[in-house]
Write a protein that binds this ligand. Sequence first.
Ligand code: UFG
Length: 344
Amino acid sequence: MAILVTGGAGYIGSHAVQRLLRDGRDVLVVDNLMRGHQEAVRRLEPKAGSSARLAFARLDINSRPALEKLLRDHKVDSVLHFAALAAVGESVQDPLLYYHNNTAGMVSLLQACDAVGVTRMVFSSSCATYGQPPATHGPVGEDCPQNPISPYGATKLHGEHLLRDYMMGCNLAKKPFAYAALRYFNVAGSDRTGLIGEVHDPETHLIPVILQHALGKRPHVGIFGTDYPTPDGTCIRDYVHVEDLIDAHVKVLEALKPGDERHYNLGIGTGYSVRQIIDGVRRVTGKELKVVEQPRRPGDPPQLFNNPAKIQRELGWKAQVTSLDETIESAWRFMKNHPNGYAG
Ligand code: UFG
């Protein structure tokens, strides 16, 4: 029995593959390499003598017959579904690309899973499904209304609804199935061995953008908006370390019993402002940083940080990395060693 990791060549998916192989699991990676890096998967090949096996297929999850055959050949019974496009701004410019990859892709994946009798799926959802909670909103719990304000957020909510509705069909047909939708806050950092990390092209995420500036690859860091109703005027986010995030996936997958429908937020429960992140990068890298204050970026909620109580109460999971500097250090280690991403 193998676990299918869709999007396993991407930033978060590759960290999942690494963890599963460490745990001795057989893994099938399916990735169309539109944004993923085959080199990330290559680096994770198990050492001789390891009981775990890793298989890789370059395939789009929309290619259903081929996907179904792969699932059958590898006897897949569980799925971690990361494959998706995930840039909010891009989704506004090209919504159909997002509906095709994320929404239609997930229909195809569920059809293939249904055909071969997959029993468990953990889906990468997003706090983008919450849209823009009021500026006065405190920590966001799972009961916060889901009103996405971008096509990206909408596709993640579609994913949750697809699972909910597929589950109803399974219950009627008495097919054993269980799923969890995990709503990520801002995922950051890299694996502690420095082997794999965050590589996007173009990079838009705050921590890697500042680190690229620290490396001299950008002339400055722009702060998108300094007049938000927050203590220092810049946006507040919850940065969860990627290895903690994956640990939650493993715990959730283990906990899933037939008939389960689980929804959890994944974040540390503390928010940091853009200025605090920039100060953190100054501390960790010891570099002077040139900061340019810029207008707000459309669609950015002023503050978004998690209430982590539910998953802690139900599964005993909480983020181990709660030090901002530790998260930044791990991202910096990877970036210093890979200034050109996986190309060198
Ligand atoms: N920011 C800057 N300058 C930059 C880059 C970002 O000031 O050069 C600011 C943004 O305006 C935002 C904060 O830093 O206030 C974080 O921005 P990111 O782009 O790193 O992350 P987002 O919070 O926009 O997006 C993240 C995930 C998405 C997810 C979204 C949900 O990356 O996948 O949270 O809100 F959908």
